[in-house]
Each structure stands twice: as C-alpha cells, then as structure tokens.
Design a protein around this ligand. Structure first.
Ligand code: AMP
Length: 211
C-alpha cells in the first residue's frame, strides 16, 4: 500500500501516520523528521535546509525530490509507504508521480486531514517534542504543566518553527503552495477527506475505516 497524508501543519499527520503504518506494516516517510535529522547531523543537506526551515519556508523542490528518490528505492519501502509532509508543492507531486511510474508504481490513496485554523494554531503553540523518543505531546496551556515526556520521561523541547510568528508563516505557505494538492489528487480520484477534529483515536478510526 502506498499512501500520502495531506494536511496543514498541526493537523495531526505525524501522530496519525504512526498509527496507520503500524496497522499496515509500511514505512513512515516524514520529510520533516528526515530534514531535522540532517540538520542535527550537520550534513550538507541539513545546513542548506535549515536556512529555510527556521523561517517556516519550504526547502527547495530539487533538494526534496533528490532526497525522496533515494528513499523510495530502499528495502524498508518495499512493502509500501506512507508519505507524511511530502509532496508539499505541485512540482513535487508531479515529479513524484513520474518517479513512481519509472519504478512501475503508483499511489493508492491520498488522505487529507482537515482541521480549522484556530485549532491548528492552538495545537502548534502547545506542541512539544521529546528529545529522547521523538514523540510529540501537548502542554495544553501552561508552559510548566508538562516538563517531561508522558511516554518515556525524556526532556521536552519546543520546535524552533513552532513559535507563533513562524507558525503563521507556515500556515500561509500551506494555503498557497500545499493546499492546491487537494484538487490535484481529487481530480485523479485518489482523495479521501477526513475530519481531523476530536481525539487521536477517533481520527485514526475515521482514517482506517476509509482505507
Ligand atoms: P514538518 O515537520 O512536516 O512540519 O516540516 C518541517 C519543515 O521542514 C517545513 O516547514 C519545511 O521547511 C521542511 N519540509 C518538510 N517537508 C518538506 C517538503 N516536502 N518540501 C519542502 N520543505 C519541507
């Protein structure tokens, strides 16, 4: 099974992706996670990508496409994959179709998780990431309410791009560059729309019931 998960920043793609891949035993490919690793390891790609990421801008298409073309041929993607955070522009979507066709492959379904802007902003400003297990959680209001990861006790940190001014820019970028992908995949007859409000389990249930 080859899936794409679409949705604005904060729509819950990362969380839902984990639940979906464990059900179908497919690879979880999060371009955001891969790029953050590259930044952490100070690689050439990481150094270039960080210039865009810290400002909430998209990393240039050619860098992302090259990165993806190396990943989809890996053994771990043999059983299928779920793309989380890719494609994010029409150019990326078109190149991805070409790339897959070159391997005799295609996308089976595209799930769009929709959440209103007020909720997105609230989720992103209260989001924290565990420095140990990489899980995300919400501090729900107070800065001091949770200092440690509820899963492993590791130290929580706030992503640099989860600051309010950067979040606003990321949401604008989403509207302008990524939202058009909904129509792109609808026209191909691949789109499934899922309401992203409610609990994690409720949204997972909605998604799984459509796949
Ligand atoms: P995410 O974790 O998906 O919110 O991604 C974090 C940041 O990584 C984004 O704001 C972009 O700067 C960059 N990024 C992730 N995926 C892509 C992509 N497909 N195209 C361009 N930039 C990306």
């Amino acid at each position: 099974m080859r899936l794409i998960l679409l949705g604005a920043p904060g729509a819950g793609k990362g969380t839902q992706a984990k639940n979906i891949v464990s059900k179908y035993d497919i690879a979880h490919i999060s371009t955001g996670d891969i790029l953050r690793d590259e930044v952490k390891n100070n690689t050439d790609l990481g150094i270039k990508a960080n210039e865009y990421m810290k400002e909430g801008k998209l990393v240039p298409d050619e860098l992302i496409i090259k990165m993806i073309s190396n990943i989809i041929v890996k053994d771990s993607s043999k059983n299928g994959f779920l793309m989380d955070g890719f494609p994010r522009t029409l150019v990326q979507a078109e190149k991805f179709d070409e790339m897959l066709a070159g391997h005799g492959l295609s996308i089976n379904k595209v799930v769009n998780i929709s959440v209103d802007n007020v909720r997105l902003l609230k989720r992103l400003t209260s989001r924290r990431v565990c420095s140990s297990c990489n899980n995300t959680c919400s501090i729900n209001g107070s800065e001091d309410s949770i200092m440690q990861c509820p899963s492993c006790g590791g130290e929580l940190y706030r992503r640099k791009d989860d600051r309010e001014e950067v979040i606003r820019h990321r949401l604008e970028v989403y509207q302008q560059q990524t939202r058009p992908l909904i129509e792109y995949y609808r026209e191909k007859g691949l789109l499934i729309e899922v309401d992203g409000s409610g609990s994690e389990a409720e949204v997972t249930e909605r998604i799984l019931s459509t796949l």
